[in-house]
Design a protein around this ligand. Structure first.
Ligand code: 13P
Length: 356
């Protein structure tokens, strides 16, 4: 590896340093607006900035969070104090990251399936984001499970796009986060999820190899292996952990320095418990296994904030609590006693939409 790729490899290692994970705060404007709507919060450039700034400046965040993924609007915004939000992050020792796919679009010839777009002009966009301080990037591919899905066409097209993206990132000295998400939507069993996740990961790593991507300088952001939300038999925490780790051992080369899960619509505490159980399983784990959660880190903070200035501190306490618990889970040290929030069940916004 050259010295610049050594720098990028160091950055990848920093993102999965002991007890640290990533906050995905990269919802596009329409997705964040839908979340705000659930709580009657008006979505304006200003309110979205206030929300992001609340998350980014939660006191002590850097203890548990290594990097934060932004999207285009956010990386261009300035904090209320003046400096750009990206600078506010790096000032706290948090690495700024950027989502660079432009969304999952219908895949021609494959009804009900999508391919994530955004390769055109990506080299120039990465260079622009690099000048704004971003050091790592994210690209999300979306795979649906249904009776006859996913199709080979969909898996192949998404794997190819992920690999082309990752190669461009490495050329531009970014650490790529490669995110093939097999959705929890549907009534499929955990066994089906494991089979599909395995096939998808296999296709992704074949494509990464073909595009000359250095596995040492990337992170994988997969789904956990979990039954579909409508499946009559929901698996236990132990079953989910065992199936997830087995699938990753079989299909992810050990050269990859870190796996950072997405939460995918799991209840926030369940996402923490699953991460903890995975890290507590015996047997070889050749790399760090941590989190890159969006909803599972943010939901309670959004609910506490409700768009009101007087709740900013409560919002920051809420995200701090989730980050602290997930940090412990990344080390296999999470316990129920760490939970101080008194809630029963999941509020309605917990399950559902993410269309970017
Ligand atoms: P969730 O944790 O809400 O699934 O989001 C993670 C993410 O970055 C999806 O692209």
């Amino acid at each position: 590896m050259t010295s610049t790729s050594d720098d990028a490899a160091r950055m990848a290692a920093k993102l999965v340093a002991d007890g640290k994970g990533i906050l995905a705060a990269d919802e596009t404007v329409p997705t964040l607006t839908r979340r705000f709507d659930t709580f009657g919060i008006e979505s304006t450039e200003q309110s979205r900035r206030t929300y992001r700034e609340m998350l980014f400046t939660s006191p002590g965040a850097a203890e548990f969070v290594s990097g934060i993924i932004m999207q285009d609007e956010t990386i261009r915004q300035r904090s209320s104090g003046g400096p750009p939000l990206a600078e506010v992050l790096s000032g706290q020792g948090i690495v700024p990251g950027i989502k660079v796919d432009t969304g999952a679009k219908p895949l021609a010839g494959a009804a009900g399936e999508t391919v994530s777009e955004g390769l055109d002009g990506l080299r120039d966009r990465l260079s622009e984001y690099g000048a704004m301080g971003a050091r790592f990037a994210k690209w999300r591919a979306v795979i649906h499970i249904a009776e006859a899905l996913p199709s080979r066409a969909c898996v192949g097209a998404n794997a190819h796009a992920l690999a082309r993206y990752a190669a461009l990132c490495q050329e531009q000295h970014f650490v790529p986060i490669v995110e093939p998400e097999v959705l929890m939507d549907g009534s499929h069993t955990i066994e089906r999820c494991e089979a599909v996740t395995g096939e998808v990961l296999q296709a992704v790593f074949d494509a990464l190899f073909e595009q000359h991507v250095s596995l040492e300088v990337m992170l994988l952001k997969p789904n956990m292996v979990i039954a579909g939300k409508e499946c009559a038999r929901q698996a236990s925490v132990e079953e989910i952990a065992t199936a997830t780790l087995r699938c990753l051992r079989r299909h992810v080369p050990p050269a990859v320095p870190g796996i950072v899960f997405l939460s995918g619509g799991q209840d926030d505490r369940a996402a923490t418990a699953h991460l903890n159980a995975i890290n507590r399983l015996p047997g070889p784990k050749p790399r760090k296994i941590s989190f890159s959660y969006g909803r599972a880190l943010q939901d309670s903070a959004l609910e506490a904030w409700l768009g009101r200035d007087e709740n900013l501190k409560a919002g920051q306490q809420a995200i701090h609590q989730r980050a602290r618990c997930n940090s412990a889970a990344s080390l296999g040290r999470y316990t129920d006693e760490m939970e101080t929030r008194l809630t029963t069940g999941s509020p309605p916004h917990r399950s559902g939409w993410r269309d970017d």
